[in-house]
Design a protein. Structure first.
Length: 434
């Protein structure tokens, strides 16, 4: 198959490289010439484990290439994927679809022969209809079919998620498009993931429903964690106790500082806007968004309380800034709100993250950045774990204790065992545990 991928950001680049690895010939397109230049030189603009080798191998084998020339990449392609960003629109929280529609217009002009146009970007219900209308208006003669095929991969585990998905949701009622999509995903048949064929609108909504449900699960366990703290229960044990019930499932029940990242915050917001517009408000999702938002500031208050009610003039060491480990992504990271609150209350914040500091620097001008995990701790009044990188689990806690001015650890990800930390003489505050 000849596949064109429009948008060489996170979803586009990972999907393009994986499709090439399946044996298809893939052209990744982006209108950012400097990004395409870097990709052509073999530089990967994002941090994602394994992606650099995957790209290099497939470029070498001539199955993967990069260009800014969308029109020529569309000509001759059997499938054109749209994997551009759909950020929150300023002001109203709706998904901003301008990049999707701009891609649709350019595709329309270059179409030749039957082409399946596949929306991989996360888009509100009805976007496929609008893409189809735009293309039809520009090219009434063209032979094409618009399909929805949302992406469920997680940052940090993107390649594995792409190659071993729990399911592939494909929204189309057109038998010709169905055949093309089945062929594209045929290499997955060894692992037998269900190709779940549904209507286009159903597919679009499925993606939002999945993310909103997961965000709800996290928010639920976070509130249970608060209750555990008040009642002397242990949230890890509660999570395991409920998660062993197959109807609930054990994943996404890890209490922490609230969800962040490039998807959950914007997708929950976009979904609840759609619900309001359609007269079917999603009150649970509305609450989830509000609870998660307030949780980030509550985490800063937890740190302040652990230091006796004030952080004015105190030095605080933060380990982990990215919204989760194994990524350099700072989008909607809980660390942003935590840093703002602590610095706003007069603390001097010193931080280290293994991958995200280049992204974090411009977002947190008040923070002093360090190039290793130990130096922010030196002379600090407390150590706060914000992101659960494996490297932080392996810290030498005796050394940490020597470096800290006062032996206080606030662990917002529950990466240590309370007994281990306390026996070393730390005051240890975690989430939802005694
Ligand atoms: C998510 C979805 O998992 C993925 O299917 C979708 O395509 C994009 O959004 P991602 O944003 O990469 O992926 O990260 P994910 O691992 O899902 O974590 C999202 C946030 O939830 C992170 O801030 C993480 O720390 C938090 N989280 C996750 C918890 O606080 N507790 C959990 O148990 C799980």
């Amino acid at each position: 198959m000849n596949i064109t991928m429009i948008g060489s950001g996170y979803v586009g680049l990972v999907s393009g490289a994986c499709f090439a690895d399946f044996g298809h010939v893939v052209t990744c397109v982006d209108n950012d010439a400097s990004k395409i230049d870097r990709l052509n030189k073999g530089e990967i603009p994002i941090y994602e484990p394994g992606l650099d080798e995957l790209v290099a191998t497939n470029v070498r084998q001539k199955r993967l290439s990069f260009t800014t020339d969308l029109a020529s990449a569309v000509r001759g392609a059997q499938a054109v994927f749209i994997g551009v960003g759909t950020p929150s629109r300023r002001g109203d929280g709706h998904a901003d679809l301008s990049y999707v529609y701009a891609a649709a217009r350019t595709i329309a002009e270059a179409l030749d022969g039957f082409t399946v146009i596949v929306n991989k970007s996360t888009v509100p219900v009805g976007t496929g209809d609008e893409v189809e209308r735009i293309i039809r208006e520009i090219r009434p003669d063209a032979d094409f079919s618009v399909v929805s095929n949302p992406e469920f991969l997680r940052e940090g585990a993107a390649i594995e998620d792409f190659k071993r998905p729990d399911r592939v949701v494909i929204g189309t009622e057109d038998p010709r498009a169905r055949e093309v999509m089945a062929e594209i995903y045929r290499p997955l048949s060894l692992n037998q993931p269900p190709l779940h064929f549904v209507g286009r609108r159903t597919s679009e909504l499925t993606k939002y429903a999945a993310n909103a449900f997961l965000a709800t699960k996290i928010t639920f366990i976070n509130e249970i964690a608060d209750l555990c703290e008040k009642t002397g229960a242990d949230v890890q044990d509660v999570a395991r106790g409920i998660g062993l019930d197959n109807r609930i499932g054990g994943k996404f029940l890890h209490a922490g500082p609230g969800y962040g990242g490039s998807c959950f915050p914007k997708d929950t917001l976009a979904l609840l806007k759609t619900g309001q517009d359609e007269g079917a408000p999603l009150r649970i999702v509305e609450t989830v968004v509000a609870v998660n938002e307030s949780r980030k500031r509550a985490m800063a208050r937890k740190v302040i309380a652990a230091l006796g009610g004030s952080v004015r003039g105190k030095r605080i060491a933060l380990l982990g800034l990215a919204f989760k480990p194994n990524t350099d992504d700072m989008r909607d990271a809980p660390s942003l709100a935590i840093v703002a609150s602590l610095a706003g209350d007069g603390a001097s914040v010193h931080a280290y993250d293994p991958e995200s500091m280049d992204q974090a620097r411009p977002l947190m001008p008040e923070v002093t950045f360090h190039d290793n995990a130990y130096s922010p701790i030196e002379g600090a009044d407390a150590l706060v774990i914000v992101t659960e990188w494996d490297a932080f689990r392996a810290l030498d806690l005796d050394r940490v204790k020597q470096l800290l001015k006062t032996p206080v650890i606030v662990d917002l990800r529950n990466i240590y065992r309370p007994a281990d930390v306390r026996k070393r003489g730390f005051t240890y505050v975690s989430v939802g545990r005694k």
